[in-house]
Design a protein around this ligand. Structure first.
Ligand SMILES: Nc1ncnc2c1ncn2[C@@H]1O[C@H](COP(=O)(O)OP(=O)(O)O)[C@@H](O)[C@H]1O
Ligand SMILES: [Mg+2]
Length: 223
């Protein structure tokens, strides 16, 4: 398995843990939705996967590398994990091409420019490369944020409620666009959402999170 999460537990305080014995695994290239109500621990799970917090118990493995276990902890900057949040997180003082190039400082200038062009083409926004955040629509901002996160070719992509700031009429189209972009790159991705329609539209598979626990009795998505 490409992603293996086993027996993960985590508490912010001495109170009841927020994650309790969470286990799941993923194939390479799979898009998994984690569906659950507000407060069920979805964002906390992503914080542990990305390395922003350390689990109290359990192990996280990605592509054979142990990121977290009883005696090992790889910090966030060494994990090569891409993240997209609900509020897009593009830098407002940089144009689109600079935003995409941001995570590519390790590349030679010509390689970096090629990769930026490749990403612009992937999201079909070559004509927007000199645009700033405020000049882009909500859907364009969302695609741009995805392109920026994909550019360094992360091992795993995490998306936290990526649709929650979008108008209902836009949402359907953008969900489909995001899924097609992710699938084109075969990027192994976890999409967190509280919305069952979002989960059904974007994911290959859904796990349900309730009060810090994961259950595999996923909804049938009306099929
Ligand atoms: N920094 C924090 N300190 C203490 N408790 C927190 C913190 N962040 C989240 N929590 C608590 O952890 C639980 C899970 O939160 P979260 O992971 O944000 O859930 P979700 O993303 O599913 O809404 C909630 O009860 C929340 O209040
Ligand atoms: Mg959350």
């Amino acid at each position: 398995m490409y992603v293996e999460v086993e027996g993960l537990s985590f508490a912010y305080t001495r109170e009841e843990p927020v994650l309790k014995d969470v286990s799941f695994s993923m194939e390479k290239g799979e898009v998994l939705a984690v569906l659950g109500p507000s407060g069920s621990g979805k964002s906390t799970l992503l914080r542990l996967l990305s390395g922003l917090d350390m689990p109290n118990e359990g192990t996280i493995k990605v592509n054979g590398a142990v990121f977290a276990s009883k005696n090992r902890y790889v910090p966030a900057e060494k994990r090569k994990i891409g993240m997209v949040f609900q509020d897009y997180a593009l830098f407002p003082h940089m144009d689109l091409q600079k935003n995409i190039a941001y995570g590519l400082k390790h590349l030679r200038k010509d390689e970096r420019e090629d990769r930026v062009e490749e990403m612009l083409s992937l999201i079909d926004m070559e004509n927007k490369k000199r645009s700033f955040l405020h000049e882009l629509s909500g859907g364009q901002q969302q695609r741009a944020a995805l392109a920026r996160a994909l550019a360094p070719n992360p091992k795993l992509m995490l998306l936290d409620e990526p649709f929650s700031n979008l108008d209902a009429d836009l949402k359907g189209r953008i969900r489909d666009e995001l899924r097609s972009i992710i699938k084109k790159t075969s990027m192994t991705s976890i999409v967190v959402t509280h919305d069952i329609d979002d989960a059904c539209a974007i994911a290959d598979r859904i796990v349900v999170m309730e009060e810090g626990r994961v259950s595999y009795k996923a909804p049938s998505c009306g099929k």
